[in-house]
Design a protein around this ligand. Structure first.
Ligand code: ITT
Length: 190
């Protein structure tokens, strides 16, 4: 089985990548498993941070690396927390959910968008970046136990339950990560 380095320290992301890569006969090895340090995310966009993480892991390991930078953009917060989603939720997601729900209630504006940039960095220094997004609304009450991060408060358009209620089978078909990955897939097959 082929293997690819997935430059993430987030177990939720790693699990989703493992599921997306498996049908291609590729096994995901994480940056954490290889003991690679996390770079500072100094970029000002999802794409810039994904590229920075992929290049950092490729240089540290000498092998091709895949990285993901993603987040939730909430209309009532003018697009925040966006690239700062990890920090915004840090340590206390339930509190972050309540801040987002309070903002959506106050503005009566429930739209939100998950964005994911995936970057593949190859040992020759080349990079290719793909963006996927999924649009939906904030749930008025956090629900469901599947997934990670903000999944309990995001209801994708076309559904009436959160990603955390819909579970991996649905999420891995329609998510921002699945959509970015679909573009990358053609490249991984060759
Ligand atoms: P790595 O940099 O090690 O990959 P990270 O979690 O710090 O891990 P990001 O900087 O890209 O990665 O932050 C992404 C955050 O956005 C993540 O921690 C969640 O809070 C949120 N997020 C992204 N995709 C998500 C998804 O599919 N479901 C729920 N929350 C998600």
């Amino acid at each position: 089985m082929k293997r690819i380095l997935v430059a993430t320290h987030n177990p939720g992301k790693l699990k989703e990548f493992a599921t997306l890569l498996e049908p291609l006969g590729i096994e995901a090895v994480s940056a954490g498993q290889l003991g690679l340090a996390e770079p500072e995310e100094t970029g000002t966009s999802f794409a810039a941070n994904a590229r920075l993480k992929a290049l950092h892991a490729m240089r540290a390991s000498g092998q091709a690396a895949l990285a993901d930078d993603s987040g939730l953009c909430v209309a009532a917060l003018n697009g925040a927390p966006g690239i700062l989603s990890s920090r915004y939720g840090a340590g206390d997601y339930p509190a972050a959910f309540q801040r987002i729900i309070a903002a959506a209630t106050a503005a009566n504006e429930w739209r939100a968008r998950f964005v994911c940039a995936i970057c593949l960095a190859t040992p020759d220094g080349g990079t290719a970046t793909y963006i996927g997004q999924s649009d939906g609304v904030i749930a008025p009450v956090p629900s469901g136990g599947a997934g990670f991060g903000y999944d309990p408060i995001f209801i994708p358009f076309g559904h009436d339950r959160t990603y955390a209620e819909l579970g991996a089978e649905v999420k891995d078909r329609i998510s921002h990560r699945a959509r970015a990955f679909a573009q990358l897939q053609a490249r991984l097959k060759v």
